[in-house]
Ligand binder design. Structure first.
Ligand code: S3P
Length: 446
């Protein structure tokens, strides 16, 4: 479908770098990119997507919607044209391979089930070890028929007729919420999802933009989203805002590399995504934020980040959904802070691309920073600026966010920090090394 720039391969390392400076245009948001492709593929008519994130995860979603009958064409870098199916996916002959992407496979399980089509869902070793019942259970309550071993991939969906349900996900997960709502588009009757803790709301915002009628109310039980079905989507153009998760790496690097001053532009400013910024501010980060234009129904912001003396804080469990992907890099910031940082409510980190709770504690421990992973918490005993030894070879467990976090640590540690494999960085942020080097970071094959 498209040629990717060759991804980084093999061991990589980061060395102590001079002040980072310059401007980083935030890479496109992964969550919005997946949704833009899926919603455009379900819609009636033709949509143009600008600034799509061309990472491996998103490209797998593009291949999947093409295999289901959408017309998908890349017009130029980040610029894509999608001819929608009018809600009528066709059951593909071959299995759909979602690679490393939990968002891709879980949202598509809901979208395909709702469209009345069937599919075989596969993924790489990491995705095949992740739990899928969180999505197949509610979809089965709606009438979908899935077969899998032990609730993991590969999973087979048989074409089914769905009806609406009222569902309160037992875990805070935007993927689960989104899968149920997408299935509800093709279901008879009302589909209701009640979330106890607010998770990212891009599905709700973007479905409305594609002409879907949704009712969102706050109740005592939490946020209640109801969607009368069946409903169709109307094609529309989407410009993808910058990813608050991906910019976390440059942001923390700017704070911990002495003398740095960076400007990061076009970052999505959504309270369901900005827990890292809130936490870094509490830690004493020097961040200057100015508003930018709205994109895809989201506010954006520019951030100036300057090297800062950070101090440890307690990060409350309620904040976890708004920074669920940012704990590894927050752990790195905490290593350079004075005092202890305690992060609570992290059980979900164990079900990510790897066990990120154990992986983050090991990443820090292997570089001379004391860190303890509890059942669902992480405690980091900060060394203070200039005192992180580094020198470790970090096992990334094929996890992109552990890989990038370890390299950020190496930019400010005394000795170079290596990672076993940089290949997975391309799943979410293929431009990471080039972007960081342009700001002055020393990154190289090990
Ligand atoms: C995402 C939701 C989160 C997040 C993932 C993207 C999404 O997963 O970790 O990177 O786009 O909906 P959960 O919903 O499983 O927490």
């Amino acid at each position: 479908m498209t040629q990717l720039a060759p991804p980084l391969q093999g061991p990589f390392l980061a060395r102590q770098s001079g002040p980072l400076s310059g401007t980083l245009a935030a890479p496109a948001d992964k969550s919005v990119s997946h949704r833009a492709l899926i919603f455009a593929a379900l819609a009636d008519g033709e949509s143009r997507i600008e600034g799509l994130l061309e990472s491996e995860d998103v490209l797998n979603t593009a291949r999947a919607v093409a295999a289901l009958g959408a017309g998908v064409e890349r017009l130029g870098p980040g610029s894509w044209h999608v001819k929608g199916t009018g809600g009528r996916f066709t059951t593909p002959e071959a299995p759909l391979d979602f690679g490393n992407s939990g968002t891709g496979v879980r949202l598509m399980m809901g979208a395909i089930a709702g469209s009345g089509a069937g599919a075989v869902f596969t993924g790489d070793a990491s995705l095949s070890s992740r739990p899928m019942r969180r999505v197949t259970d509610p979809l089965e309550l709606m009438g979908a028929r899935f077969a899998s071993t032990d609730g993991r991939l590969p999973a087979t969906l048989t074409p089914s007729t769905l009806h609406g349900i009222a569902y309160a996900p037992p875990i805070a997960s935007a993927q689960v919420k989104s899968a149920v709502l997408l299935a509800g588009l093709g279901a008879e009757g009302e589909t209701i999802v009640t979330e106890h803790h607010a998770t990212r709301d891009h599905t709700e915002t973007m479905l409305r933009a594609f002409g879907v009628s949704l009712d969102i109310t706050r109740t005592e039980a939490g946020i209640r989203i109801s969607l009368p079905g069946p409903q169709s989507l109307q094609a529309r153009d989407v410009s993808v805002p910058g990813d608050p998760s991906s910019i976390g790496f440059a942001l923390v690097a700017a704070l911990i590399v002495p003398g740095s001053s960076l400007r990061i532009t076009g970052v999505m400013d959504n309270p369901a995504r900005t827990g890292l910024i809130e936490t870094l501010r509490e830690m004493g980060a020097d961040l200057e934020i100015t508003p930018g234009p709205d994109m895809a129904g989201e506010r954006t912001m520019d951030i100036i980040a300057r090297a800062s003396q950070l101090h440890g804080v307690d990060v409350p469990a309620e904040r976890a959904p708004s920074m669920i992907d940012e704990y590894p890099v927050l752990g790195v910031a905490a290593a350079f802070a004075t005092g202890t940082t305690h992060m609570a409510g992290l059980a979900e980190l164990r079900a990510k691309e790897s066990d990120r709770l154990a992986g983050t504690a090991d990443l820090l421990g292997g570089n001379g920073v004391e860190a303890e992973a509890g059942e669902d918490s992480l405690t980091v005993h900060g060394k203070g600026p200039g005192l992180v030894v580094g020198g470790g070879m970090v096992a990334t467990h094929h996890d992109h966010r552990l890989a990038m976090s370890a390299l950020v640590l190496g930019l400010a540690a005394r000795q170079a920090v290596s990672i076993d494999d940089a290949a997975m960085i391309a799943t979410s942020y293929p431009g990471f090394a080039d972007d960081m080097k342009a700001l002055g970071a020393i990154l190289e094959p090990a």
